[in-house]
Design a protein around this ligand. Structure first.
Ligand code: ISL
Length: 529
């Protein structure tokens, strides 16, 4: 095992960090009950240190009935017993820090679980009702929802309670939306931020960050009408300014989950007194195509430059189709609405492209997010119908496969039961046939594996350092750029092998070059000129 490197001391570590997303439930099962847990993460810290990541982002690990994989939080100050205890989380944060790895927690301010004490009291008729959006219905006897909003998971965004009122939930009915116009909602979240910063976390990921504030009149949604009744409302910026003041007192950072096609509106969240960073979903959604990727990269850099915020580069997370699968399909972009069962996939092609995409994203200026299993090149799994758990599947009437396919428990040890994820009980989601072929222990022995590529790439990546990118002239279908610190990244999308620029050293390539030293299709190389 490699020596852990001490955490970078600089206050601006997050500007160039490699941040690894841990979906605890599926990472490693320390107690053998079939569900991943903090003991499992602690046992795998050497894997993460050896990989060379700078920080871990934990998807919600709080007390939760798990109706949306933990994004339905019943208590922000408690760890779900299936995952461990608060004392264990504190140990994990400290141990990771000793291994040079910072911790980012995930806060879900738009909604809580229907089992959260506030919502239970609200249903019992308590004053907590004002903390949510309860309204009488429309139509005879109030039988119709108060407005036409739809849940992001499909179906109406309203559910009726026994006394006849309706409450708003932009996601599942078990996730009632909070009313951000209420001061107690703001106060509580500010306290929760302090609670986790006090426990030594370095940052916070903000779930559904552009959805919190609603038009107080809750009007019908009308296509094309501005402002939107609940997406990207101006009032949100005031919330994030107050959060920033708290983070600054701890040197903490924020990363916002902001899905917004309008780049100017997106950039507003990254002003110097608001969020430090936000996920780059235009890069994630972009098809595998030289000119479209170049446009996405240029657009990203242009929107970030004036506000001085670093870009982030994301290929995958716990909500989207895994990279090697997406890149092996006819449509290599990502769109929630386009997901369906049985999409033909060429995994060999997808893997080749995902390897090249890894080198591309790790060479760009800014921070990079890796989702657990991406370093193993895991494909999206087709979960048998009876085993699917994701509410997105059920709320679509069963047509959307949902997001479980990227949440399958990780394979660690090829020869162990359940590929080394756990021991006694079967994992909470089934692992497909052949999963152990992806096991980390097997890949560690194979210099041609995805894991070896990621390890080597993260080892070499500091050569790229910070600083701008300059595009180099390249043939049609080839992207080539140099970074200020010297190294060059070349990616060939075209079907003819490409001549590499004259170079003194080949640092790394995502696949073998041709016999005469050219770069094959769907391959990337890092060079010193
Ligand atoms: O569903 C979408 C589009 O139809 C997305 O834009 C969605 O709003 C976004 O992915 C929000 O996701 C986050 O919040 C959800 C949770 O289920 C996801 O796992 C989380 O990443 C609700 O908390």
């Amino acid at each position: 095992m490699g020596q852990p490197t001490p955490a970078r001391k600089q206050a601006d570590w997050w500007r160039t960090a490699v941040i690894y997303q841990v979906y605890v439930r599926s990472f490693a099962d320390g107690d053998g009950d079939g569900t991943g847990d903090l003991a499992g993460v602690r046992a795998k810290l050497p894997h993460l240190a050896e990989l060379g990541v700078d920080a871990l982002w934990f998807s919600p690990w709080y007390l939760s009935p798990m109706r949306d994989g933990g994004y339905d939080v019943a208590d922000y100050r408690a760890i779900d017993p299936a995952f461990g205890t608060l004392a264990e989380a504190e140990k994990l944060i400290a141990e990771a820090r000793e291994a040079g790895i910072r911790t980012i927690v995930d806060i879900v301010p738009n909604h809580v679980s229907d089992q959260h004490p506030w919502f239970r009291s609200a249903l019992a008729g308590g004053p907590e009702r004002d903390l949510f959006h309860f309204r009488p219905g429309r139509g005879p006897n109030g039988q119709l929802p108060p407005n036409n909003w739809e849940s992001q998971f499909g179906g109406p965004a309203w559910t009726r309670v026994p006394d006849g009122d309706w409450y708003l939930h932009l996601f599942a009915p078990e996730q009632p939306d909070l009313d951000w116009a209420h001061p107690a909602v703001r106060q509580e979240h500010e306290d929760v931020l302090r609670f986790w910063f006090d426990r030594g976390v370095a940052g916070v990921r903000i779930d559904s960050a552009a959805l919190l504030v609603k038009d107080p009149d809750l009007p019908d949604f009308v296509e094309g009408r501005d402002p939107h009744p609940y997406v990207d409302r101006d009032e949100l910026h005031d919330v994030y300014r107050s959060w920033r003041a708290i983070a600054d007192a701890y040197d903490g950072i924020f990363v916002g989950e902001v899905w917004l096609p309008d780049t100017e509106r997106f950039a507003r969240y990254l002003r110097p007194d608001e969020l430090h960073t936000a996920f780059n979903f235009s890069f994630l959604s972009c098809p595998w195509d030289a000119s479209r990727l170049r446009t996405a990269i240029d657009g990203t850099l242009a929107e970030h430059a004036p506000i001085g915020a670093p870009a982030t580069w994301v290929l995958c997370n716990h909500d989207v189709t895994r990279t090697v699968t997406r890149y092996g399909r006819a449509d290599t972009g990502f769109d929630f609405a386009a997901k369906s069962f049985g999409t033909p996939t060429d995994l060999a092609l997808g893997t080749c492209r995902a390897r090249a995409a890894a080198l591309l994203s790790l060479a760009l200026p800014g921070a990079v997010y890796l989702y657990q299993g991406e370093e193993l090149g895991l494909p999206e799994a087709e979960i048998p119908q009876g085993r699917i758990q994701d509410p997105m599947h059920f709320r679509s009437g069963g047509t959307d496969p949902g997001r479980d396919g990227c949440r399958v428990p990780l394979p660690w040890i090829a020869e162990a039961p359940y590929a080394g994820f756990g021991s006694r009980e079967e994992p909470w989601l089934p692992q497909p046939e052949g999963w152990s072929a992806y096991a980390a222990d097997r890949q560690a022995e194979d210099p041609g594996s995805m894991l070896s590529l990621y390890r080597e790439a993260l080892r070499v990546r500091p050569d790229f350092a910070d600083g701008p990118l300059t595009w180099l002239t390249a043939p049609e279908g080839v992207l080539a750029f140099a970074r200020a610190a010297g190294p060059v990244c070349v990616v060939n999308f075209a079907d003819t092998p490409a001549e590499l620029p004259a170079h003194s050293r080949l640092l790394l390539s995502s696949g073998p070059l041709t016999a005469d030293g050219r770069l094959p299709q769907d391959t990337a190389a890092w060079l010193h000129l």
